[in-house]
Write a protein that binds this ligand. Structure first.
Ligand SMILES: Nc1ncnc2c1ncn2[C@@H]1O[C@H](COP(=O)(O)OP(=O)(O)OP(=O)(O)O)[C@@H](O)[C@H]1O
Ligand SMILES: [Mg+2]
Length: 315
């Protein structure tokens, strides 16, 4: 059967209010100034979905929003990038979440109000949407408190229906890192943490010892490491991908999600591990040439233009 969607993204949705060029970190009782402000589509899952759609994959989103202006803004942003929004619930009881981002060069401090995203549950993922998709991706598992207890069941079901699967765990704001990887990873074809998340999740000191702890039950493990590039482990083989050198980083918001979108796009095109890694590193680097997570991915021509002009890469 020809599937309606290449990827179903199950995830959190919020706006990002990004304050750039903040004088210094604010302290209690004091006020500091920022020189720029942008209101943009936030959330790891939404950045991933948008950029994947721009790259040419057919994407649908399962998520939860409030009936408010931020919710309307998110729907309009996703639609403008071609993401199907028919599987997004609008709740009258909760507000749409928001993240306030204080941006300092390549690093940032964030405060998130999760809002409606907390109430998304496995019941919101219909059998229909799984049947009509080739691949399931979930991001920010620790923000999705309505999903996390059923996450093994969700991935098991997706595999039974015949989908391939990926998971980017993202940061645990509680820093408890409570996720049963031994039960979950057998159903996750591509596990995509960054290096700090991986070592935190496995309570390991470095990449090698973290992988040693997972290798008896994991499939592909893709590990992102900022401007130091990325790794892919599978079947006892570890590949390293250097990053594309960007001399003028605007910010790295969403670089990991853009990396994921490039990787998964090529994975669904049947490309090799090495090709997927290289393209992920390219889309991660492209992300850093514009502010926010989606501005460099407005359309495919822009992505190709940046690839050529900033990284001398043609595709
Ligand atoms: N400054 C940079 N220059 C070039 N490439 C970069 C840079 N920062 C990130 N990348 C590319 O993007 C990939 C993902 O970035 P990163 O390691 O920051 O992910 P992350 O920590 O998951 O980010 P996020 O906060 O978006 O979730 C890196 O592996 C690298 O290939
Ligand atoms: Mg990340």
């Amino acid at each position: 059967m020809k599937k309606l969607y290449d990827v179903v993204v199950i995830g959190e949705l919020n706006v990002d209010l990004i304050l750039n060029q903040v004088d210094k970190f604010p302290s209690i009782g004091k006020e500091v100034l920022a020189s720029h402000m942008t209101l943009t589509l936030g959330s790891s899952s939404a950045i991933f979905a948008s950029n994947l759609s721009t790259l040419g994959s057919k994407v649908t989103f399962v998520g939860n929003l409030g009936h408010d202006n931020f919710g309307d803004h998110i729907i309009a942003s996703l639609k403008s990038r071609g993401v199907d929004t028919e599987n997004i619930n609008r709740s009258v009881k909760q507000n749409t979440g928001a993240t306030i981002v204080l941006n300092f060069d390549e690093d940032r401090a964030m405060v998130t109000y999760p809002g409606a995203m907390k109430y998304l549950s496995i019941q919101d993922v219909s059998d229909e949407v799984l049947k009509h998709s080739r691949h399931l991706h979930l991001s920010s598992i620790f923000l999705q408190t309505g999903i996390i207890q059923d996450v093994v069941q969700l991935y098991k079901k997706a595999k039974e229906v015949g989908l391939t699967t990926s998971l980017d765990p993202q940061w645990d704001p509680a820093e408890k890192w409570n996720l049963n990887l031994k039960e979950l990873l057998p159903y996750v074809d591509i596990f995509m943490p960054n290096l700090t998340e991986l070592t935190s999740l496995t309570n390991a000191v470095d990449l090698k010892s973290a992988i040693d702890k997972l290798k008896s039950f994991a499939n592909k493990i893709v590990v992102k490491n900022g401007s130091n590039g990325a790794y892919l482990w599978e079947n006892n083989e570890l590949i390293h991908q250097t990053s594309f050198l960007n001399k003028e980083v605007v910010d790295s918001i969403g670089a990991g999600d853009s990396f994921d979108s490039g990787f998964i796009h090529q994975f669904l095109n049947g490309k090799s591990n090495k090709e997927c890694l290289e393209f992920g590193a390219l889309t991660g680097a492209i992300n850093t040439t514009r502010s926010g997570g989606t501005n460099a991915f407005e359309n495919l021509s822009l992505v190709k233009m940046i690839a050529k002009s900033s990284f001398n890469y043609t595709f």
